[in-house]
Design a protein around this ligand. Structure first.
Ligand code: SF4
Ligand code: SF4
Length: 206
């Protein structure tokens, strides 16, 4: 899922002027799972804005903010009879841009989109994919070197690892040691040994 964190209130307030009448939009997808765009996050944001003398006209948590069709249907309906001048988004960047497509109102962004991550537990996320558009996990035992090797090496290891840890950050496992061990477990070292992973084709159409 897309991992997000909330911006500091000062940064959010710097995007709002005193005449703005704000409508807060959360997201029931990833941002709810991260608790950055959940109903509670929306309510907390509303309280904080009001404490800072900002007028909040209302709020909604969209099912999935990144779905332009849902954003259009639900935002249009929710703000119809309200005097809203700005939408404060508690969604990932894709959600913000879906919302931007369906309204001419000013957009205030409340979250930072960090990465596509796995959840270990709420609040502990791991960055395992960089959305490269050319997945090689089938060749690398399900472990992504583009993201998890600190040098992004496609044909590793670099030779700097010590006791299975990365030379760049010794708190992290060397991705290529993990790949090697997993391939060995799967009896796939033979076919991998003399193979070569070519660089990404950046001109590939997505
Ligand atoms: S190779 Fe890595 S970065 Fe690319 S799609 Fe697969 S997991 Fe994501
Ligand atoms: S030690 Fe391993 S993870 Fe770190 S940069 Fe070298 S190959 Fe990549």
């Amino acid at each position: 899922m897309i991992i997000t964190s909330r911006k500091e209130i000062g940064e959010i307030l710097s995007q709002i002027n005193e005449k703005d009448k704000v409508f807060v939009v959360g997201c029931g997808g990833c941002a709810t799972k991260c608790d950055t765009g959940s109903q509670k996050a929306v309510d907390d944001m509303t309280d904080e804005l009001e404490k800072n003398n900002i007028t909040v006209e209302g709020s909604i948590v969209l099912d999935n903010a990144c779905d332009v069709r849902l954003a259009k249907r639900d935002i249009t309906k929710s703000i119809k009879d309200k005097n809203v001048t700005a939408i404060l988004t508690l969604t990932c960047g894709a959600g913000v841009q879906a919302i931007e497509k369906v309204t001419d109102l000013k957009i205030i962004s409340g979250l930072d989109s960090l990465f596509v991550g796995t959840t270990e537990r709420i609040g502990v996320y791991k960055n395992f994919c960089s959305n490269c558009g050319e997945c090689i996990l089938g060749r690398t035992a399900g472990i992504c070197p583009k993201t998890r090797c600190q040098k992004g090496l496609l044909n590793g290891p670099c030779g700097g690892f010590v006791n299975g840890k990365c030379e760049v950050d010794q708190t992290l496992d060397c991705a290529w040691v993990l790949i090697y061990e997993k391939l060995k477990k799967n009896n796939k070292l033979g076919e991998f040994k003399n193979s070569f992973l070519p660089p990404r084709k950046y001109n590939k159409k997505i």
